[in-house]
Design a protein around this ligand. Structure first.
Ligand code: ZN
Length: 462
Protein backbone atom coordinates (compact mmCIF):
# COMPACT_ATOMS: atom_id res chain seq x y z
CA UNK A 1 0.00 0.00 0.00
CA UNK A 2 2.59 2.56 0.95
CA UNK A 3 4.63 1.82 -2.17
CA UNK A 4 1.67 2.80 -4.31
CA UNK A 5 1.20 6.20 -2.63
CA UNK A 6 1.85 9.39 -4.52
CA UNK A 7 4.90 11.36 -3.43
CA UNK A 8 2.75 14.31 -2.48
CA UNK A 9 0.60 12.21 -0.19
CA UNK A 10 3.66 10.77 1.54
CA UNK A 11 5.08 14.24 2.04
CA UNK A 12 1.79 15.34 3.53
CA UNK A 13 1.73 12.36 5.88
CA UNK A 14 5.31 13.06 6.96
CA UNK A 15 4.32 16.54 7.97
CA UNK A 16 1.58 15.12 10.15
CA UNK A 17 3.99 12.53 11.60
CA UNK A 18 6.48 15.24 12.49
CA UNK A 19 3.82 16.92 14.55
CA UNK A 20 2.64 13.71 16.14
CA UNK A 21 5.99 12.06 16.82
CA UNK A 22 6.88 13.94 19.96
CA UNK A 23 3.60 12.85 21.53
CA UNK A 24 4.14 9.28 20.43
CA UNK A 25 7.62 9.08 22.02
CA UNK A 26 7.46 11.21 25.15
CA UNK A 27 10.67 9.70 26.57
CA UNK A 28 12.82 11.21 23.86
CA UNK A 29 11.03 14.51 23.92
CA UNK A 30 10.93 15.11 27.65
CA UNK A 31 14.44 14.00 28.55
CA UNK A 32 16.40 14.74 25.40
CA UNK A 33 17.66 17.97 26.99
CA UNK A 34 19.74 15.91 29.41
CA UNK A 35 22.19 15.11 26.58
CA UNK A 36 23.38 18.71 26.77
CA UNK A 37 24.77 17.89 30.21
CA UNK A 38 27.18 15.13 29.21
CA UNK A 39 30.16 17.47 29.05
CA UNK A 40 29.56 19.33 32.32
CA UNK A 41 28.73 16.03 34.07
CA UNK A 42 32.08 14.61 32.96
CA UNK A 43 33.88 17.66 34.28
CA UNK A 44 32.04 17.48 37.61
CA UNK A 45 32.76 13.76 37.99
CA UNK A 46 36.44 14.27 37.17
CA UNK A 47 36.79 17.10 39.65
CA UNK A 48 35.00 15.25 42.47
CA UNK A 49 37.03 12.06 41.95
CA UNK A 50 40.47 13.40 41.10
CA UNK A 51 41.65 13.40 44.72
CA UNK A 52 40.52 12.40 48.23
CA UNK A 53 39.34 15.83 49.30
CA UNK A 54 36.01 14.53 50.65
CA UNK A 55 37.60 11.73 52.70
CA UNK A 56 40.22 14.09 54.11
CA UNK A 57 37.56 16.60 55.08
CA UNK A 58 35.60 13.82 56.80
CA UNK A 59 38.76 12.84 58.68
CA UNK A 60 39.06 16.44 59.94
CA UNK A 61 35.56 16.06 61.35
CA UNK A 62 35.74 12.55 62.80
CA UNK A 63 39.35 12.54 63.97
CA UNK A 64 39.50 16.21 64.89
CA UNK A 65 36.16 16.53 66.66
CA UNK A 66 34.83 12.99 67.26
CA UNK A 67 31.26 11.82 67.81
CA UNK A 68 28.51 14.43 67.84
CA UNK A 69 25.54 13.54 70.00
CA UNK A 70 22.83 16.22 70.25
CA UNK A 71 23.59 18.54 73.14
CA UNK A 72 27.27 17.61 73.24
CA UNK A 73 30.10 20.15 73.01
CA UNK A 74 31.46 18.12 70.07
CA UNK A 75 28.33 18.81 68.03
CA UNK A 76 28.64 22.52 68.81
CA UNK A 77 32.24 22.41 67.63
CA UNK A 78 31.27 20.55 64.46
CA UNK A 79 28.62 23.16 63.64
CA UNK A 80 31.11 26.02 64.06
CA UNK A 81 33.74 24.11 62.06
CA UNK A 82 31.37 23.37 59.18
CA UNK A 83 30.21 26.99 58.90
CA UNK A 84 33.82 28.24 58.91
CA UNK A 85 34.89 25.69 56.29
CA UNK A 86 31.92 26.54 54.06
CA UNK A 87 33.00 30.17 54.16
CA UNK A 88 36.55 29.11 53.26
CA UNK A 89 35.12 27.26 50.26
CA UNK A 90 33.60 30.53 49.12
CA UNK A 91 29.99 29.37 49.58
CA UNK A 92 27.36 32.10 49.83
CA UNK A 93 24.84 32.95 52.52
CA UNK A 94 26.61 30.65 55.01
CA UNK A 95 24.81 30.70 58.34
CA UNK A 96 23.41 28.56 61.13
CA UNK A 97 19.71 28.25 61.93
CA UNK A 98 18.87 27.76 65.60
CA UNK A 99 17.16 24.53 66.65
CA UNK A 100 16.35 23.47 70.22
CA UNK A 101 17.33 19.82 70.69
CA UNK A 102 16.95 17.20 73.42
CA UNK A 103 20.00 16.46 75.53
CA UNK A 104 20.21 12.80 76.43
CA UNK A 105 23.23 11.76 78.47
CA UNK A 106 24.37 8.15 78.52
CA UNK A 107 26.51 8.21 81.65
CA UNK A 108 28.22 5.11 83.02
CA UNK A 109 26.54 1.82 82.18
CA UNK A 110 27.13 -1.90 82.39
CA UNK A 111 25.34 -5.22 82.33
CA UNK A 112 26.37 -8.68 83.44
CA UNK A 113 24.93 -12.14 83.86
CA UNK A 114 25.14 -13.03 87.56
CA UNK A 115 23.45 -16.46 87.33
CA UNK A 116 24.07 -19.27 86.31
CA UNK A 117 27.62 -17.93 85.79
CA UNK A 118 29.15 -14.47 86.07
CA UNK A 119 29.78 -12.94 82.65
CA UNK A 120 29.91 -9.34 81.52
CA UNK A 121 27.62 -8.43 78.62
CA UNK A 122 28.63 -6.30 75.63
CA UNK A 123 25.91 -3.66 75.96
CA UNK A 124 24.93 -0.12 74.99
CA UNK A 125 22.04 1.74 76.54
CA UNK A 126 19.42 2.78 74.01
CA UNK A 127 19.15 6.46 73.19
CA UNK A 128 16.53 8.40 75.22
CA UNK A 129 16.36 5.57 77.76
CA UNK A 130 15.86 6.31 81.43
CA UNK A 131 18.50 4.99 83.80
CA UNK A 132 18.28 2.32 86.47
CA UNK A 133 18.29 3.10 90.19
CA UNK A 134 21.78 4.35 91.13
CA UNK A 135 22.93 0.94 92.31
CA UNK A 136 21.44 -0.82 89.33
CA UNK A 137 18.78 -3.50 89.22
CA UNK A 138 18.96 -7.25 89.23
CA UNK A 139 16.25 -9.54 87.90
CA UNK A 140 15.49 -12.80 86.22
CA UNK A 141 15.47 -12.69 82.42
CA UNK A 142 12.40 -13.67 80.39
CA UNK A 143 13.19 -14.31 76.74
CA UNK A 144 10.86 -13.62 73.82
CA UNK A 145 11.65 -13.61 70.11
CA UNK A 146 9.03 -11.19 68.86
CA UNK A 147 6.06 -9.08 69.90
CA UNK A 148 3.52 -11.88 69.48
CA UNK A 149 5.44 -14.03 71.94
CA UNK A 150 5.78 -11.04 74.27
CA UNK A 151 2.01 -10.49 74.30
CA UNK A 152 1.33 -14.22 74.70
CA UNK A 153 3.47 -14.20 77.87
CA UNK A 154 2.18 -10.89 79.21
CA UNK A 155 1.36 -12.49 82.57
CA UNK A 156 4.94 -13.77 83.00
CA UNK A 157 6.79 -10.49 82.59
CA UNK A 158 6.14 -8.69 85.89
CA UNK A 159 9.39 -7.94 87.70
CA UNK A 160 11.48 -9.46 84.92
CA UNK A 161 14.12 -8.16 82.56
CA UNK A 162 12.70 -8.97 79.13
CA UNK A 163 15.19 -10.04 76.49
CA UNK A 164 13.82 -9.42 72.98
CA UNK A 165 15.92 -11.84 70.96
CA UNK A 166 14.32 -11.55 67.52
CA UNK A 167 16.47 -12.59 64.57
CA UNK A 168 17.70 -9.72 62.41
CA UNK A 169 15.80 -9.67 59.13
CA UNK A 170 15.95 -6.09 57.86
CA UNK A 171 16.50 -2.76 59.54
CA UNK A 172 12.95 -1.42 59.12
CA UNK A 173 11.46 -4.66 60.45
CA UNK A 174 13.89 -5.49 63.24
CA UNK A 175 14.38 -1.95 64.54
CA UNK A 176 10.77 -2.08 65.81
CA UNK A 177 12.07 -4.20 68.69
CA UNK A 178 14.54 -1.49 69.66
CA UNK A 179 12.00 1.30 69.22
CA UNK A 180 8.96 -0.23 70.93
CA UNK A 181 10.34 -3.07 73.07
CA UNK A 182 10.67 -1.06 76.29
CA UNK A 183 7.19 0.45 76.01
CA UNK A 184 5.56 -2.92 75.35
CA UNK A 185 7.43 -4.79 78.08
CA UNK A 186 6.75 -1.98 80.57
CA UNK A 187 3.01 -2.34 79.99
CA UNK A 188 3.19 -5.81 81.49
CA UNK A 189 5.30 -4.86 84.50
CA UNK A 190 8.81 -5.67 83.24
CA UNK A 191 11.60 -3.74 85.01
CA UNK A 192 13.96 -3.39 82.03
CA UNK A 193 14.37 -4.56 78.46
CA UNK A 194 17.40 -5.94 76.65
CA UNK A 195 17.23 -6.01 72.85
CA UNK A 196 19.32 -8.16 70.53
CA UNK A 197 21.36 -5.62 68.57
CA UNK A 198 19.72 -4.53 65.33
CA UNK A 199 22.16 -5.57 62.64
CA UNK A 200 23.72 -8.66 61.08
CA UNK A 201 25.88 -10.72 63.44
CA UNK A 202 29.19 -8.98 63.86
CA UNK A 203 32.12 -9.25 66.22
CA UNK A 204 30.20 -9.02 69.51
CA UNK A 205 29.29 -5.39 68.97
CA UNK A 206 26.25 -3.82 70.58
CA UNK A 207 24.32 -1.30 68.43
CA UNK A 208 22.64 1.67 70.07
CA UNK A 209 19.76 3.72 68.62
CA UNK A 210 16.71 5.48 69.96
CA UNK A 211 13.73 3.93 71.74
CA UNK A 212 10.25 5.44 72.02
CA UNK A 213 8.24 5.35 75.22
CA UNK A 214 4.46 5.32 75.09
CA UNK A 215 2.94 8.65 76.08
CA UNK A 216 1.82 8.34 79.67
CA UNK A 217 3.16 4.77 79.92
CA UNK A 218 5.74 3.43 82.37
CA UNK A 219 9.36 4.11 81.42
CA UNK A 220 11.84 1.31 81.99
CA UNK A 221 15.53 1.23 81.04
CA UNK A 222 16.37 -0.25 77.64
CA UNK A 223 19.71 -1.50 76.38
CA UNK A 224 21.04 -3.38 73.39
CA UNK A 225 23.31 -6.38 73.85
CA UNK A 226 25.43 -8.02 71.16
CA UNK A 227 23.83 -10.84 69.21
CA UNK A 228 26.39 -13.26 70.68
CA UNK A 229 25.38 -12.28 74.21
CA UNK A 230 21.68 -12.55 73.39
CA UNK A 231 22.27 -16.07 72.09
CA UNK A 232 24.34 -16.95 75.19
CA UNK A 233 21.44 -16.05 77.47
CA UNK A 234 19.03 -17.90 75.17
CA UNK A 235 21.18 -21.06 75.34
CA UNK A 236 21.32 -20.89 79.13
CA UNK A 237 17.53 -20.61 79.36
CA UNK A 238 16.98 -23.36 76.82
CA UNK A 239 19.09 -25.67 78.99
CA UNK A 240 16.68 -24.91 81.85
CA UNK A 241 18.84 -22.46 83.79
CA UNK A 242 17.32 -19.44 85.48
CA UNK A 243 19.26 -16.48 84.10
CA UNK A 244 19.69 -13.42 86.29
CA UNK A 245 21.15 -10.19 84.90
CA UNK A 246 22.38 -7.09 86.67
CA UNK A 247 21.91 -3.83 84.77
CA UNK A 248 23.26 -0.43 85.75
CA UNK A 249 22.65 2.71 83.67
CA UNK A 250 23.12 6.36 84.63
CA UNK A 251 21.24 7.51 81.51
CA UNK A 252 19.11 10.62 81.86
CA UNK A 253 17.64 13.49 79.84
CA UNK A 254 18.45 17.11 80.63
CA UNK A 255 16.49 20.18 79.48
CA UNK A 256 16.61 21.01 75.76
CA UNK A 257 19.64 22.97 74.57
CA UNK A 258 20.35 25.19 71.60
CA UNK A 259 21.82 23.61 68.47
CA UNK A 260 21.63 24.50 64.76
CA UNK A 261 21.34 23.38 61.17
CA UNK A 262 24.27 24.62 59.08
CA UNK A 263 23.33 26.18 55.73
CA UNK A 264 25.42 27.33 52.76
CA UNK A 265 24.48 28.18 49.18
CA UNK A 266 25.60 28.59 45.64
CA UNK A 267 23.07 31.18 44.46
CA UNK A 268 21.34 30.49 41.17
CA UNK A 269 22.37 32.64 38.21
CA UNK A 270 18.84 33.00 36.76
CA UNK A 271 16.27 31.80 39.27
CA UNK A 272 17.94 32.17 42.67
CA UNK A 273 14.60 31.85 44.51
CA UNK A 274 14.20 28.27 43.30
CA UNK A 275 16.13 25.86 45.48
CA UNK A 276 17.66 22.40 45.31
CA UNK A 277 18.64 21.11 48.78
CA UNK A 278 21.49 18.63 49.28
CA UNK A 279 21.93 17.37 52.81
CA UNK A 280 23.18 15.02 55.49
CA UNK A 281 22.93 15.01 59.29
CA UNK A 282 25.81 16.33 61.32
CA UNK A 283 24.79 14.82 64.65
CA UNK A 284 25.66 11.21 65.44
CA UNK A 285 25.44 8.73 68.26
CA UNK A 286 28.01 8.97 71.01
CA UNK A 287 29.83 5.77 70.05
CA UNK A 288 32.35 5.52 67.23
CA UNK A 289 32.80 8.86 65.46
CA UNK A 290 29.72 8.97 63.23
CA UNK A 291 31.81 8.60 60.07
CA UNK A 292 29.34 6.51 58.09
CA UNK A 293 26.26 7.76 59.99
CA UNK A 294 26.32 10.45 58.86
CA UNK A 295 29.50 12.51 58.65
CA UNK A 296 30.21 11.05 55.22
CA UNK A 297 26.75 11.99 53.95
CA UNK A 298 27.26 15.58 55.13
CA UNK A 299 30.56 15.89 53.31
CA UNK A 300 29.40 14.41 49.99
CA UNK A 301 26.33 16.68 49.97
CA UNK A 302 28.54 19.69 50.71
CA UNK A 303 30.95 18.58 47.97
CA UNK A 304 28.25 19.29 45.38
CA UNK A 305 28.59 23.02 46.04
CA UNK A 306 32.35 23.04 46.47
CA UNK A 307 32.93 21.19 43.19
CA UNK A 308 30.53 23.36 41.17
CA UNK A 309 32.10 26.48 42.65
CA UNK A 310 35.62 25.24 41.90
CA UNK A 311 34.73 24.66 38.24
CA UNK A 312 32.82 27.92 37.93
CA UNK A 313 29.64 26.01 37.05
CA UNK A 314 26.87 28.10 38.60
CA UNK A 315 23.46 26.57 37.86
CA UNK A 316 20.30 28.52 37.02
CA UNK A 317 18.76 27.78 40.41
CA UNK A 318 20.21 27.93 43.93
CA UNK A 319 21.85 24.83 45.37
CA UNK A 320 21.63 24.84 49.16
CA UNK A 321 23.52 22.48 51.45
CA UNK A 322 21.90 21.79 54.82
CA UNK A 323 23.70 19.85 57.55
CA UNK A 324 20.92 18.78 59.88
CA UNK A 325 21.11 18.60 63.64
CA UNK A 326 19.46 15.96 65.86
CA UNK A 327 18.45 13.34 63.30
CA UNK A 328 19.30 10.48 65.63
CA UNK A 329 17.20 11.23 68.68
CA UNK A 330 14.53 13.72 67.79
CA UNK A 331 14.61 14.80 64.16
CA UNK A 332 14.29 18.40 65.35
CA UNK A 333 16.56 19.81 62.61
CA UNK A 334 14.32 18.57 59.82
CA UNK A 335 11.19 19.77 61.62
CA UNK A 336 12.69 23.21 62.30
CA UNK A 337 13.60 23.60 58.63
CA UNK A 338 10.06 22.78 57.55
CA UNK A 339 8.63 25.29 60.03
CA UNK A 340 11.21 28.01 59.37
CA UNK A 341 11.11 27.74 55.57
CA UNK A 342 7.40 27.17 55.13
CA UNK A 343 6.99 30.25 52.95
CA UNK A 344 9.53 29.01 50.39
CA UNK A 345 8.80 25.27 50.39
CA UNK A 346 6.82 25.81 47.17
CA UNK A 347 10.02 27.05 45.52
CA UNK A 348 11.99 23.94 46.51
CA UNK A 349 12.58 22.01 43.29
CA UNK A 350 14.04 18.92 44.97
CA UNK A 351 15.55 17.78 48.26
CA UNK A 352 18.29 15.17 48.42
CA UNK A 353 19.59 13.44 51.56
CA UNK A 354 22.69 11.27 51.85
CA UNK A 355 22.24 9.08 54.94
CA UNK A 356 22.87 5.53 53.76
CA UNK A 357 26.65 5.56 53.98
CA UNK A 358 29.23 6.62 51.40
CA UNK A 359 30.17 3.21 50.03
CA UNK A 360 30.17 2.54 46.26
CA UNK A 361 27.25 4.60 44.91
CA UNK A 362 24.47 2.86 42.95
CA UNK A 363 22.19 5.81 42.21
CA UNK A 364 19.26 7.45 43.95
CA UNK A 365 16.06 6.44 45.66
CA UNK A 366 12.94 8.31 44.63
CA UNK A 367 9.25 7.92 45.27
CA UNK A 368 6.95 10.03 43.15
CA UNK A 369 5.39 10.36 39.75
CA UNK A 370 6.49 8.28 36.78
CA UNK A 371 7.19 11.43 34.79
CA UNK A 372 9.63 12.72 37.39
CA UNK A 373 11.19 9.27 37.71
CA UNK A 374 11.79 9.28 33.96
CA UNK A 375 13.53 12.65 34.15
CA UNK A 376 15.67 11.54 37.09
CA UNK A 377 16.57 8.30 35.30
CA UNK A 378 17.79 10.33 32.34
CA UNK A 379 19.91 12.52 34.63
CA UNK A 380 21.21 9.44 36.46
CA UNK A 381 22.32 7.99 33.11
CA UNK A 382 25.05 10.66 33.22
CA UNK A 383 26.42 8.76 36.22
CA UNK A 384 26.95 5.49 34.33
CA UNK A 385 30.74 6.04 34.24
CA UNK A 386 30.83 5.70 38.05
CA UNK A 387 28.16 2.97 38.24
CA UNK A 388 25.54 5.20 39.88
CA UNK A 389 22.79 5.36 37.26
CA UNK A 390 19.94 3.57 39.05
CA UNK A 391 16.74 5.22 40.24
CA UNK A 392 15.13 2.89 42.78
CA UNK A 393 12.20 3.10 45.18
CA UNK A 394 12.97 5.09 48.29
CA UNK A 395 13.80 8.74 48.54
CA UNK A 396 12.79 9.14 52.15
CA UNK A 397 15.40 10.87 54.25
CA UNK A 398 14.51 11.35 57.89
CA UNK A 399 15.40 15.03 57.74
CA UNK A 400 13.96 16.00 54.35
CA UNK A 401 10.69 14.09 54.68
CA UNK A 402 8.85 16.67 56.84
CA UNK A 403 9.51 19.46 54.30
CA UNK A 404 9.06 17.23 51.25
CA UNK A 405 5.68 15.98 52.47
CA UNK A 406 4.33 19.37 53.35
CA UNK A 407 5.68 21.09 50.23
CA UNK A 408 5.07 18.18 47.84
CA UNK A 409 8.75 18.38 46.93
CA UNK A 410 10.47 15.57 44.99
CA UNK A 411 12.73 13.80 47.54
CA UNK A 412 15.79 11.75 46.67
CA UNK A 413 18.17 9.64 48.73
CA UNK A 414 21.70 8.70 47.74
CA UNK A 415 21.76 4.89 47.41
CA UNK A 416 24.99 2.97 47.88
CA UNK A 417 26.22 -0.60 48.30
CA UNK A 418 24.81 -1.06 51.79
CA UNK A 419 26.24 -4.51 52.51
CA UNK A 420 28.56 -3.15 55.22
CA UNK A 421 26.32 -0.40 56.54
CA UNK A 422 24.33 -2.24 59.22
CA UNK A 423 27.39 -4.11 60.50
CA UNK A 424 28.79 -0.87 61.89
CA UNK A 425 25.62 1.21 62.23
CA UNK A 426 25.34 2.89 65.66
CA UNK A 427 28.39 1.06 67.03
CA UNK A 428 31.88 1.82 68.26
CA UNK A 429 33.04 0.59 64.83
CA UNK A 430 31.52 3.53 62.93
CA UNK A 431 34.90 5.11 62.20
CA UNK A 432 36.44 6.48 59.02
CA UNK A 433 38.70 3.48 58.35
CA UNK A 434 35.58 1.66 57.05
CA UNK A 435 35.23 4.21 54.25
CA UNK A 436 37.12 3.88 50.97
CA UNK A 437 38.29 7.30 49.72
CA UNK A 438 37.62 6.45 46.05
CA UNK A 439 34.10 5.19 46.77
CA UNK A 440 33.39 8.29 48.82
CA UNK A 441 34.62 10.52 45.98
CA UNK A 442 32.19 8.76 43.63
CA UNK A 443 29.36 9.46 46.09
CA UNK A 444 30.36 13.12 45.99
CA UNK A 445 30.35 13.00 42.18
CA UNK A 446 26.87 11.45 42.13
CA UNK A 447 25.48 14.13 44.48
CA UNK A 448 27.17 16.87 42.47
CA UNK A 449 25.87 15.81 39.06
CA UNK A 450 22.32 15.11 40.25
CA UNK A 451 22.10 18.44 42.10
CA UNK A 452 23.70 20.39 39.26
CA UNK A 453 21.47 19.09 36.49
CA UNK A 454 18.24 19.45 38.50
CA UNK A 455 19.29 22.99 39.46
CA UNK A 456 20.28 23.95 35.92
CA UNK A 457 17.49 22.22 33.95
CA UNK A 458 15.85 24.50 31.35
CA UNK A 459 12.41 23.62 32.73
CA UNK A 460 11.76 23.03 36.41
CA UNK A 461 11.86 19.29 37.26
CA UNK A 462 8.45 18.30 38.64
ZN1 ZN B 1 21.84 8.63 59.90
Amino acid sequence: MIAGWQNGRIAGLSAILLVLLPVATPADNTTGWVDEYRAPATRLINEATRDHFAWNRLASLTDGIGHRLSGSPQLDRAIAWAAAEMKRDGLENVHTEKVMVPKWVRGAESAAIVRPSRQPLAMLGLGDSVGTPRDGLEAEVFIVHGFEELEAHAADLRGKIVLLNGAYTSYPESSRYRRAGAARAARHGAVAVLVRSIGPDGLRLPHTGALDYAAGGARIPGAAISSEDADLIDRMATRGDTVVVRLQMDAHTEPDVESANVVGELRGRERPDEIVVVSGHLDSWDVGTGATDDGGGCIVAWEALRVMKKLGLRPRRTVRVVLWTNEENGGRGGLAYRDGHRAELGRHVAMIEADNGVFAPLGFGFSGSDATRQTLAAIASLLAPIGASQIVRGGDGADITPSAREGHIPALSLEVDSSKYFLIHHTQADTIDKIDPDEMAKCAAAMTVMAYVIADAPERVR
